[in-house]
Design a protein around this ligand. Structure first.
Ligand code: AMP
Length: 362
């Protein structure tokens, strides 16, 4: 079996490690110089939409998948008649445009924050009138890790927001005073079998994920999130792993966004689940039975951003993942996972680890 993976970043690398365990070969398409997944298979160093490279993947692979959201949808359309491509292009299309994504949530009855489309400066004024302050203005396309976003706290910010990101297609979104953020990750195979992971509680700073912990002691929220993810997987006739990010407001969940791929908030599943999200993604696209998503303890994950300080490697009984990327401010270079018997032990260690690596990385 040979899988083609568009993108050879850390997600491709972790997919590659799982593939090796399953006896599956990976080949990647990525133009970058020394991508992390080069450790796991050959890399065709061509642009993501290079016709000859895509044809090569289609001709030599049993199935093609992708590891990041900004793969041009046309690249998938180009090969989908020649080789199985999972997740489906329609899922990618919805996730690439915040408006299409929100309209999908609406169609599926998944609650979401109030929003307005912004095409002109006057639309921001109207959105502030309709939604109240604060509002966050986001580019509809190509935003990630909080990039392409501007929070308007009072009306004098409107000009600044327009100067900063005006001109691109935008949406204005109500600022949600959430209690905390969660994600729910699910996988579906070609036959339609579904497996859902326990909720993950995620903390972002500056728009970037810092820590995740799972499971979360909130059974009603977990049931609701599972229902939303199942609805999405079925509606999209989805194959692979999908992550839905949600804001928790009391007993309510509001959908923020979804990712049609393995997700940073599920990295804990490598050691913290009977079957990792990476393995279940591969099982799903190979149409094998999915593995159990049961937790094997209380898992915590802290991202290593901008640098990997010595302290990160010197704490016993933790799992350090170094993606082999060169350091750059704001860049995700690795993560650490820890598993403990109780949530309180996990939280205590995770919080101190987070403080230590953050202080040492800046
Ligand atoms: P996003 O790229 O849209 O996922 O945004 C990154 C992070 O910014 C989210 O995980 C939240 O922590 C925060 N954020 C984004 N949109 C909102 C919102 N409407 N209300 C409150 N926080 C938000």
């Amino acid at each position: 079996m040979r899988i083609g993976i568009i993108g050879a970043g850390q997600l491709g690398q972790m997919l590659g490690f799982s593939a090796r365990d399953l006896g599956v070969e990976c080949v990647y398409l990525d133009p970058s110089d020394q991508p992390p997944a080069a450790a796991c298979g050959d890399v065709i160093r061509r642009p993501f939409d290079d016709p000859a490279a895509l044809a090569e993947l289609a001709a030599t692979c049993d199935v093609v998948t992708f590891e990041f959201e900004n793969v041009p949808v046309e690249a998938l359309h180009r090969i989908e008649n020649d080789v199985a491509v999972y997740p489906p292009a329609s899922a990618l299309q919805h996730s690439q445009d915040r408006l299409a994504e929100k309209q999908l949530f609406e169609r599926l009855g998944i609650p979401l924050p109030g929003y307005r489309v912004v095409d002109a400066r006057a639309d921001i004024e109207a959105a502030v009138d309709a939604l109240g302050l604060p509002v966050v203005i986001k580019t509809r396309r190509l935003g990630y890790d909080g990039k392409g976003q501007f929070v308007i706290r009072d009306r004098t910010d409107i000009d600044k927001a327009w100067q900063a990101i005006g001109g691109s297609a935008l949406i204005a979104e109500q600022w949600v005073p959430f209690d905390y953020e969660v994600s729910c990750i699910g996988a579906r195979n070609v036959d339609g079998e579904i497996a859902i992971y326990p909720l993950s509680h995620n903390v972002h700073e500056g728009g970037i994920l810092r820590t995740s912990r799972s499971p979360v002691d909130a059974p009603v929220l977990a049931d609701t999130a599972e229902r939303y993810v199942r609805t999405m997987l079925e509606h999209l006739d989805y194959v692979g792993t999908l992550a839905l990010e949600l804001f928790v407001c009391g007993e309510k969940l509001l959908a923020n966004e979804f990712a049609p791929r393995v997700h940073n908030s599920g990295h804990w599943s490598i050691e913290g689940s009977k079957t990792s999200q990476f393995e279940n993604h591969l099982r799903a696209i190979l149409n094998r039975p999915l593995g159990s998503t049961d937790s094997v303890g209380h898992a915590g994950m802290v991202n290593l951003i901008g640098g990997i300080p010595a302290v990160a490697r010197n704490i016993g009984d933790t799992y350090v993942h170094d993606y082999g990327k060169s350091p750059r401010p704001g860049r995700k270079l690795g993560h650490i996972t820890l598993i403990r018997d109780t949530a309180s032990e996990r939280d205590e260690l995770l919080d101190s680890l987070h403080r230590n690596v953050t202080q040492s990385s800046v």
